[in-house]
Ligand binder design. Structure first.
Ligand code: SF4
Length: 319
């Protein structure tokens, strides 16, 4: 069976997959396909637009899996996530079985009419169930599948046009937001994942090691709040106590696993967590300076300084 994975990119609050980044989701989908003993070809939506030879190959495939993550309105400088018009066009032009998933499908942010199956939860889990059980399920991946598919699908990076440079692999440390039980910020999809789920240090390090041995040298750790990784008091408070020991284990483990890495950055930190826990946060800042590479930016997500806007949208922090 010929299976084509078309990467329509991911641009979400806690995950980026627009070039030069490659999202974890597309790698998990590849992992789910591999785990069902099938192979795949891969192309990005930009390669589709250029009508490269890969498009002919895609059109001749029996199954198309379109990864369609959420996109942020605005101007993209390089890659541009798949548009509504392109989703329609792909559905009309491709004759084989059409599957899609990612936040656009999951949260009904676009119209996937013409697709045979649309994953309402994790696309990788649906795809795996479909190829192994012939049932298109709607479920989340288990933590074991998360770790397994992140490793099995790592080889997909080799087919990305930005591989090996300047490709940056986003690597997930967690899913969800510590503010989930208050609904979180009104615009954000992260709280919809429910109670945050953390991956263990060893599993993250293993994924980085495999990606690095495949040729990836640039990494960014992605999560809703880096300072909340394995924090203490999740579910009891919106500002759990950061855990510098786990963070040190994580970053030092990554440095050891990928000694030739060129970029190690992190995404996102919750300013309220930092301001409520200055002692632990200072320790983490020092760990970041010690292990990460220059150009590292902690996105603090201070959306507005207007108290009315902050209140109306249940935002996270005040000036
Ligand atoms: S703090 Fe707000 S923006 Fe950040 S992940 Fe949580 S809900 Fe989303």
């Amino acid at each position: 069976m010929n299976i084509a994975i078309l990467d329509g990119y991911v641009d979400e609050p806690a995950c980026l997959g627009v070039p030069p980044y490659i999202s974890p989701l597309v790698r998990y989908v590849a992992g789910g396909v591999k785990d069902s003993n099938k192979d795949f070809t891969y192309l990005t939506i930009d390669e589709y637009r250029k009508n490269s030879d890969k498009v002919k190959q895609m059109m001749g495939s029996e199954v198309l899996i379109l990864v369609a993550g959420a996109a942020v309105p605005g101007k993209y400088l390089r890659g541009m996530p798949v548009s509504s018009k392109e989703i329609r066009e792909i559905s009309e032009k491709f004759d084989g079985l059409k599957i899609s998933g990612g936040a656009k499908a999951r949260f009904g942010l676009d119209n996937f009419e013409g697709f045979d199956y649309v994953a309402k939860k994790d696309l990788d889990a649906s795809v795996y169930d479909f190829f192994t059980e012939k049932v298109f399920s709607n479920r989340n991946r288990t933590i074991d599948e998360w770790n397994k598919w992140s490793v099995k699908g790592a080889e997909i990076v080799k087919y990305h046009p930005d591989f090996p440079q300047p490709l940056v692999a986003e690597v997930e440390t967690m899913r969800g937001c510590v503010r989930y039980f208050t609904g979180g910020c009104s615009f954000c999809i992260e709280p919809l994942h429910g109670k945050p789920l953390f991956r263990d240090v060893d599993d993250i390090v293993k994924e980085v090691k495999v990606l690095n041995s495949t040729g990836v040298v640039n990494f960014r750790l992605t999560q809703s709040c880096f300072f909340s990784y394995k924090a203490i008091g999740i579910g009891e408070t919106e500002t759990p106590t950061p855990n510098p020991d786990e963070i040190k284990k994580l970053l030092s483990g990554i440095k050891n696993a990928a000694p030739n890495l060129k970029v190690l950055h992190v995404d996102n930190a919750n300013p309220a967590v930092i301001s409520e826990h200055p002692v632990e946060s200072e320790k983490i800042m020092k760990i970041l300076v010690e292990y990460c590479t220059p150009g590292n930016v902690l996105a603090l997500g201070m959306e507005s300084a207007d108290p009315a806007v902050i209140r109306a949208n249940n935002l996270n922090a005040t000036p």
